[in-house]
Design a protein around this ligand. Structure first.
Ligand code: QUE
Length: 670
């Protein structure tokens, strides 16, 4: 029987909690736009019917990783259908060609130099997309090539790191590593590399920018952070944020890839719209999106780790490097999260981890699900495996000996409260030895097909580590007919955020979920929103919606009490309207107590960067064909503690999706 036939169709079983009696929150409610999405009726940016007079845009992009350039738009400008070609010279006098996610170290349109392939040099707009695409190819760019730094190794060799404002890299640590190594019976040293990963969201980056009267600009944009589009368009054009609106109904996946990079495209389109006084649509073709919008960071880790003969880890020293590409973007925050996760799920008394952000001539790499965490967790599991081998111990036993427990303190001084690491592990470890014996027997009787089993833990800190980002707003309207419209600052990208927010509002107001609607996310309903990222949005926006809905519930309570328990919600809201009660409320939440100060951390002062941790474990069994390299995941068992789930059906899907996406990173990407 072939492996395929033996395998049969893939199957899954999901177990999750049942929620609380009588509450909408905690129920496995179906994703509210699931039916629209599977039937193709859900509206994405590229489905929006063009406003009248819409122009279509194509980007002019660098074809060299590092070069001095001169640009001549004249042939493109004369091409059929072309309405305009724009570059750095077209940034309005009050505006600014410099741009960036955190520091403005990029240009909207390259001026004298390009520093990566795909860097935006200009934008061409025409009556059709085909005309724009054809004309963009006619823009004459002359390159005088310069040496390019592409890999992390190149960057180390060339001493090419991001050091801004005198900054020389973040460090975290505890104890005394050198003294720790002296007490070790076994020490291993080595390097681990991992490559990048393309986000491959279902919907490529897309935006439509529509100018209004007197400098008003409205953009519909496929982004995880409309706030960034709003602020960067305002800065580029030299107009106030109050005249720029950025919005999105939903996006077709983001995975971090639309957290910052979407805004750069959006700004280029906005410059064209500003000059043409007509709507401009920019929708990237897949190959362009893949080439220019950045990926997961490749990492290199140089480690030294040691343990006792009993297998107790005593010391760990790591130098981490990531390939940031040609601008800083979020690479420092990604390195920070990597530093925080260098301990994986283990208690290590003496630690020193340093992070170096490499400047290379690659498109700027950016956020990607896990945000530096997976890269160092991979590194950790590699040195853990080597150390266990050296100590002559099964790796699972080694992992168990060293796994964090309730009350343990991390290498940055944060105490673990409600630690579920061992609970998740114990759920899966029971039949490991029987399963391994089966795999060993299979391997003994098969020469070219081999099976392997691994049980690995995960611990992930929840919060933006840039503490100020942990804030969220929501706006709840109740209409006279007893229906509720919620706006909050988070983006729906298929992850089910809106569904969960509907459940929160319905629970607080004591109404069915179908009485609550979330239309879109927009900077004109909730301002200054952080990106929808960092595994924090359900918590942050959930609290903001809760706080807004609670105010309304309190205002309605006297009316409800007067009308009695039989009164329908619409009777209550109608009565409240005639009593001139305000049926609109704003909620605002910030995560309490957390803080992170890198200078203090360097001195060993305890930090509290995360609100809490999520814990989990996975037991995976794989089979490889040693001749062809064909690989099959035979079975994976995952246990994930997500706290009190707002919606277990959605959360279990997130867990499965995260696992599969991580598997793609480690088995099929670069
Ligand atoms: C996950 C994270 C962070 C994140 C995005 C993630 C994070 C963080 C930032 C960040 C920092 C500064 C910014 C910004 C985002 O993004 O910890 O826009 O200006 O600090 O997906 O953990």
């Amino acid at each position: 029987m072939t492996a395929e036939a033996e395998r049969g169709p893939s199957r899954g079983l999901q177990y999750c909690g049942e929620g609380r009696q009588g509450e909408q929150v905690g129920l496995p409610l179906m994703h509210t736009s699931a039916n629209l999405q599977v039937s193709g009726e859900a509206i994405y940016n590229d489905d929006i019917v063009d406003p009248p007079d819409t122009l279509h845009a194509a980007l002019v992009m660098s074809e060299k990783p590092h070069a001095r350039i001169t640009v001549d738009f004249s042939a493109a400008a004369a091409a059929p259908g072309v309405e305009g070609c724009f570059g750095a010279k077209d940034i309005p006098a009050a505006g600014d060609n410099s741009i960036g996610a955190v520091v403005h170290d990029e240009e909207i349109f390259a001026t004298e130099k390009v520093t990566c392939v795909g860097q935006i040099i200009g934008i061409v707009v025409a009556d059709t997309k085909a005309h724009a695409d054809e004309a963009a190819l006619l823009v004459a760019v002359d390159y005088e090539e310069l040496p390019a730094v592409l890999s992390i190794e190149d960057a180390i060799e060339a001493d090419s790191f991001f050091d801004y404002d005198g900054f020389t890299g973040h460090v975290l640590g505890c104890g005394d590593v050198e003294a720790g190594f002296e007490q070790c019976d076994h020490v291993v040293e080595g390097e681990v590399r991992c490559g990048g990963q393309e986000h491959f969201y279902l919907e490529p980056c897309a935006c439509v920018v529509t100018p209004g009267e007197d400098d008003e600009m409205t953009t519909i944009v496929s982004t995880q952070c409309p706030d960034k589009s709003q602020r960067l368009i305002a800065s580029a054009l030299g107009i106030p944020c109050s005249k720029v609106v950025a919005k999105s109904k939903r996006i077709g996946g983001g995975f971090g890839g639309k957290e910052t990079r979407a805004a750069f495209l959006n700004v280029a389109a906005a410059v064209a719209a500003y000059h043409c006084r007509r709507p401009v649509r920019l929708v990237l073709d897949r190959h362009v999106d893949m080439a220019i919008t950045g990926q997961r960071h490749a990492f290199l880790g140089k480690y030294k780790a040691g343990c006792t003969t009993e297998g107790k880890i005593l010391a760990l020293k790591i130098a981490l490097y990531n390939n940031a590409g040609n601008s800083l973007d979020l690479s420092q925050s990604i390195m920070d999260r990597a530093l925080f996760h260098a301990d994986s799920s283990y208690k290590i008394p003496n630690v020193e981890v340093t992070g170096h952000v490499c400047r290379t001539n690659m498109p700027s790499h950016t956020a990607f699900r896990g945000f530096g965490g997976p890269q160092t967790v991979l590194l950790a599991e590699m040195w853990v495996e080597r150390l266990a081998d050296t100590a002559g111990m099964p790796v699972e036993q080694f992992r168990e000996i060293n796994m964090v427990r309730e009350g343990d303190v991390t290498h940055y001084g944060m105490q673990l409260v409600g630690c579920q690491a061992r609970a998740c592990w114990d759920k899966l470890s029971g039949n490991l030895s029987a399963r391994r014996a089966e795999a060993d027997a299979f391997n003994a009787s098969n020469r070219w097909r081999k099976r392997g089993i691994a049980l690995t833990p995960v611990k992930f800190g929840i919060s933006f580590t840039a503490t100020f980002l942990n804030q969220a707003g929501a706006l709840v309207h109740i209409y006279r007919d007893g229906t509720v419209r919620v706006a909050h600052g988070g983006i729906e990208m298929g992850q089910g955020l809106h569904t969960k927010m509907i459940q929160v509002a319905a629970t607080v107001l004591g109404i069915p979920t179908d009485a609550v609607f979330i239309a879109e996310t927009s900077t004109d309903t909730v301002p200054n929103s952080s990106p929808t990222a960092a595994s924090a949005s359900s918590d942050l926006y959930g609290m903001a919606v809760l706080l807004a809905a609670k105010q309304l519930e309190e205002r309605l309570r006297p009316v409800r009490e007067k009308l009695g328990p039989e009164a329908a919600f619409r009777e209550i809201t109608e009565a409240a309207y005639f009593q001139q009660i305000d049926l609109c409320a704003h909620g605002f939440y910030k995560t309490p107590d957390i803080f992170m100060d890198w200078d203090a951390a360097k001195e060993g002062v305890p930090q509290l960067p995360f609100n809490y941790f999520c814990y989990g474990a996975a037991l995976s069994e794989v089979e490889i064909d040693c001749l062809t390299g064909d690989m099959m995941l035979r079975r994976a068992d995952i246990c994930m503690d997500v706290g009190e789930s707002l919606n277990p059906a959605i959360d279990v899907g997130q867990v499965e999706g995260g696992f599969i996406q991580g598997m793609g990173w480690l088995t099929m990407e670069e």
